[in-house]
Design a protein around this ligand. Sequence first.
Ligand SMILES: COc1ccc(C[C@@]2(O)NC(=S)NC2=O)c(OC)c1
Ligand SMILES: [Zn+2]
Length: 261
Amino acid sequence: ISEPDSSFFLLVHPLWQSPLSIPGGTRQSPINIQWRDSVYDPFLKPLKISYDPSTCLHIWNNGYSFLVEFDDSTDKSIIMGGPLENQYRLKQFHFHWGAINEWGSEHTVDSKFYPAELHLVHWNAVVYPTFEEAVMEGNGLAVIGVFLKLGKHHEGLQTLVDALPAIKHKDTIIEFDVFDPSCLIPSCPDYWTYAGSLTTPPLTESVTWIIKKKPIEVDENQLEAFRMLLFTSDGEEEKRMVDNFRPLQPLMDRTVRSSFQ
Ligand SMILES: COc1ccc(C[C@@]2(O)NC(=S)NC2=O)c(OC)c1
Ligand SMILES: [Zn+2]
């Protein structure tokens, strides 16, 4: 097969024992973004991003991806504007990627997969007292999605890549002092936005997605470093951490808006 389609993953993908979408789900993620069907919304504001690099805590392998977590006890690292009515606090970021460069992203653009996708996860601390509660609410989370494409070496990403050998196995963690995730976000302000969900259980429909139009470029060695991680714990039979993305979900009664014409 040149490119996986949902039937491929429905049949053989090892990660998906659970239902592929929650029964009655009307706003599931990820989706294909058909560029020509997206609707320009002139009322969408520019997204404002202000992260404090000192809020970075640690990087760890949770057995499905690797994530960098932030101190979200204050409003030091936040986003606002864009499609958002409140400001949202940065909680963590993580990635999804494939075994080969032909696929790996969760969202697709005109049915094209990218080799990987970054998710920067934020929660609405203005309205909800805890992240756990925000996860259950329609306007609880805001996730910035950034596509990764094969190209030149990415200096900022290399800091993360250098830490990966230390978190090869599930449930391994290392301290991460200072990191500014805005170095992973393209400077081009253009994005798509739509109402969606988490892409792993509990699959709750609580995410305002903000998908950057422009990808960042990373090199082959950096993608290969992701693929050296393991789903499995130390001592278990090794399973490479690859293809940790959910199959595409139906758009149903949703419109994808664009911040650009
Ligand atoms: C209980 O709260 C959760 C659970 C899982 C995730 C991870 C994920 O499902 N969500 C996105 S986005 N990508 C993913 O893989 C989460 O992230 C906000 C929050
Ligand atoms: Zn994700």
